[in-house]
Design a protein around this ligand. Structure first.
Ligand code: HEC
Ligand code: HEC
Length: 311
């Protein structure tokens, strides 16, 4: 037994020596550090000691106790009691499991996140009540602050999209984005759940009776992006898009969105659903996720609609 203690102390000292020579002075004059190092030494000593004890036991111990009746090819088993430590931890894990399932975080129980969400909901209700009747100017002011905090990191302080990192919100939509939507279709709930725009295979130029050619797509995309000017683009638009988006591109309720101007409703729809498009991914800012309240969505929508109509 003495030998074990001596060997474990020596081994600990060697290990600590190795660590110190590697990392230098880890102790310093911080009390917490000193205590941790002391605790580490104790744990190290115990580990080495217990390890050596078992090695020793394996070498020298003789089996004892009552042999069980069964044996397998002559290999038998003694009827020993379960080790106390093992038994206690086994029962402990079962008790912990039951506690965790019935009462523990996060199952069915109090949580800080849950409480935080409850309080935010409570506060938001008051906020919505307080700002029920805002004028357009007030909405715009509120929208500007929300924009600077939540949207400017991607869209830029001037909302120009920071050189293509996000959509340029000073105008409605880029030719690149229009082409992307025609190629891929779109179904992000801009005018209602499940009201989708077909992709190019589902779009027909009623003037020619044929699917759109690449050239026609390019022409109509430029037409939409450049503010609806150009004779050829106008023809394709009238023959293909106007049935849904309206002759002036301002959309129709529950049919197709406004692709000429931003409206607060459109921005709100984007905030609720997020958007994956030609430029990248726009995250959602849903009311339900407590990201923005309805009034805040409307405010930032008003702000953006106004930006794009100012020119
Ligand atoms: C069958 C009706 C229909 C036709 C035809 C149609 N669209 Fe659409 N379009 C929609 C709907 C619906 C949406 C909204 C889909 C959504 O919520 O994602 C949409 C969305 C768009 C968008 C995306 C707006 C945004 O902010 O992301 C663009 C751009 C667009 N359409 C352009 C066109 C062009 C250009 C044409 C003609 C070549 C066209 N659409 C033809 C129904 C149509
Ligand atoms: C993490 C970056 C990021 C943040 C934050 C962000 N956006 Fe966007 N937003 C994008 C990207 C990228 C697009 C372009 C998506 C695409 O490819 O069409 C976009 C597109 C848009 C569009 C155009 C959608 C359309 O139909 O053409 C609007 C409107 C918009 N964002 C509004 C906002 C508002 C309002 C906020 C703040 C509440 C905001 N965004 C915050 C990245 C972001």
């Amino acid at each position: 037994m003495k030998k074990i203690v001596i060997v474990s102390v020596l081994t600990s000292i060697v290990l600590i020596g190795v660590i110190l020579s590697y990392v230098g002075n880890i102790i310093g004059d911080d009390m917490v550090n000193i205590l941790s190092v002391l605790a580490a030494i104790v744990i190290l000593g115990l580990t080495v000691g217990v390890g050596l004890k078992y090695v020793n036991q394996m070498k020298n111990d003789k089996a004892g106790g009552e042999l069980a009746d069964e044996n397998w090819d002559g290999i038998g088993e003694y009827k020993n009691n379960i080790p106390v430590g093992w038994g206690v931890s086994f029962i402990g894990t079962i008790i912990f499991f039951i506690w965790y399932l019935l009462a523990g975080y996060p199952v069915w129980s109090f949580s800080q996140i849950g409480q935080y969400n409850e309080e935010v909901k409570e506060y938001n209700k008051k906020f919505e009540e307080k700002h029920k009747n805002m004028t357009k100017e007030e909405l715009q002011d509120m929208g500007e602050s929300i924009f600077l905090v939540n949207c400017a990191p991607c869209h830029g302080v001037t909302a120009d999209g920071m050189g293509g990192k996000a959509a340029d919100l000073t105008k409605r939509i880029s030719a690149e984005s229009v082409k992307y939507v025609i190629e891929h279709g779109s179904n992000i709930g801009l005018v209602g759940e499940g009201i989708a725009m077909p992709d190019r295979n589902g779009l027909f130029n009623t003037n020619t009776g044929a699917p759109l050619t690449d050239e026609e797509i390019e022409t109509v995309a430029q037409y939409v992006a450049n503010g609806f000017v150009g004779k050829k683009g106008a023809e394709i638009f009238a023959g293909t898009c106007a049935a849904c988006h309206g002759p002036d591109g301002k959309g129709q309720p529950f049919v197709a969105p406004n692709i000429r101007n931003f409206t607060p409703e459109l921005v709100q729809a984007v905030l609720e659903h997020g958007k994956k498009g030609a430029i990248g991914t726009m995250p959602s800012f849903r009311v339900e996720d407590l990201r923005l309240t309805e009034t805040q969505q409307k405010a930032v929508g008003t702000y953006i609609s106004n930006l794009s109509s100012e020119e």
